[in-house]
Design a protein around this ligand. Structure first.
Ligand code: NAD
Ligand code: TYD
Length: 351
């Protein structure tokens, strides 16, 4: 029997990574999926309970900043393809501790690139390094316009600067050493298993607990939202059909001003919790703005739509309903991740 193709997915215990791991394990029995994750506060193996005993899945607890461990894992498992999601991912945390973002997002990516290069040494046929990135590398838009794949990089936060840097290194390794790579830059994700420090799950958790909803600045900042499972499907498309050396923007064709999104969320939460209409909206509190807050992100996803045939499968209203019902049905998960150190994070950030 032909040996299975070994695929390394980094950050697979996190929000997006867990959906990508599940999709690949369930869809491709001919692959062996290795999920490498250091299990930071954002990584949680509970996210993968349903597939953890599958024969084409293994978990590797490792930190991508540990160069010798990464080298030895490549030596042992000969990963033919890498889908690299492991990262520090929260803008507010990057403002408090930028160096942590350089270590994981830049040095960690370098370690993976070097290990991949040294393992295959120019024998790159049927190999792939797929780097998962964000639309935040493009900086901020004004009231009009969209990010395309040729928009210049102009990052404003330590998070986006570290992701931009890692994107540049991946591209540079392609140009300099001939590494076969693809990159995708996606807009804001939402859905099940997102850590409640990002806008939507934080506000769902606060509404459940009748805590205030801290809207930064005037609330007129705009983001383009995509349901996480649609992102995982897009990653599958780029992995299998993307052209080497290309970048693909992935977005939801779905722009919302924060305050409008929060209002919709409040209305849907009132219905889901059987509370009187208008109850949750009363929790909205305008707070001090985030420093360097990007005004607007919006993605032109026509390249991936036209060339790879991908587009979002759920509307925002449908996705938000599914998300709310997941959180309400998984209060144990929410309680587990918000116990302990989460409390001190919350106090530092908001009180
Ligand atoms: P997340 O914070 O939920 O998960 C990150 C995962 O990486 C966690 O499981 C964590 O334990 C792991 N990790 C962190 N540092 C590590 C290290 N040093 N070694 C090994 N593992 C480590 O992040 P997410 O929201 O799922 O984002 C995943 C990727 O997608 C990131 O690269 C992010 O930049 C990108 N992205 C995210 C969004 C979004 O809206 N969340 C949008 C576009 C792109
Ligand atoms: P976030 O989910 O942190 O994603 P990103 O900063 O990567 O876009 O934030 C989404 C938007 O919501 C962003 O404009 C900041 C805003 N926001 C708040 O107003 N209050 C909050 O408590 C948080 C976490 C975010």
């Amino acid at each position: 029997m032909r040996p299975k193709k070994n695929i390394l997915i980094t950050g697979g215990a996190g929000f997006i990574g867990s959906h990508v791991v599940r999709l690949f394990v369930n869809t491709y029995p001919e692959y062996h999926v290795f999920n490498l994750d250091s299990l930071t506060y954002a990584g949680n193996l509970e996210n993968l309970k349903d597939i953890e005993n599958k024969s084409n899945y293994s978990f590797l607890k490792a930190d991508i900043t540990d160069e010798s461990l990464i080298n030895s894992l490549f030596k042992t498992h000969q990963f033919e393809a890498v889908i690299h999601l492991a990262a520090e991912s929260h803008v507010d945390r990057s403002i408090t501790d930028p160096l942590a973002f350089v270590k994981t997002n830049v040095i960690g990516t370098m370690n993976l690139l070097n290990a991949f290069k040294n393992t295959w040494k120019d024998n790159y046929k049927n190999k792939l390094f797929y780097h998962i990135s964000t639309d935040e590398v493009y900086g901020s838009l004004g009231d009009t316009g969209l990010f395309t794949e040729t928009t210049s990089y102009d990052p404003n936060s330590p998070y986006s600067a570290s992701k931009a840097s890692s994107d540049h290194f991946v591209r540079a390794y392609g140009e300099t050493y001939g590494i076969p790579y693809v990159i995708s830059n996606c807009s804001n994700n939402y859905g099940p298993n997102q850590f409640p420090e990002k806008l939507i799950p934080l506000f769902i958790n606060n509404i459940i607990n009748k805590k205030s909803l801290p809207v930064y600045g005037d609330g007129n900042y705009t983001r383009d939202w995509l349901y996480v499972i649609d992102h995982a499907i897009a990653i599958d498309s780029v992995f299998h059909k993307g052209v080497l050396g290309e970048t693909y923007n992935i977005g939801g064709f779905n722009e919302w001003k924060n305050i409008d999104l929060v209002t919709l969320l409040c209305d849907q939460m009132d219905v889901a919790l059987d509370r009187e209409k208008g109850t949750s909206k009363k929790l909205i509190t305008y707070v001090k703005d985030r420093p360097g807050h990007d005004l607007r992100y919006a993605i032109d996803a026509s390249k991936i739509k036209n060339e790879l045939g991908w587009e979002p499968s759920v509307t925002f209203e449908q996705g938000l309903k599914k998300t709310i019902s997941w959180y309400l049905n998984n209060t144990d998960w929410l309680q587990n991740v918000t116990s302990g150190v989460y409390q001190s994070y919350y106090e530092n950030q908001y009180d």
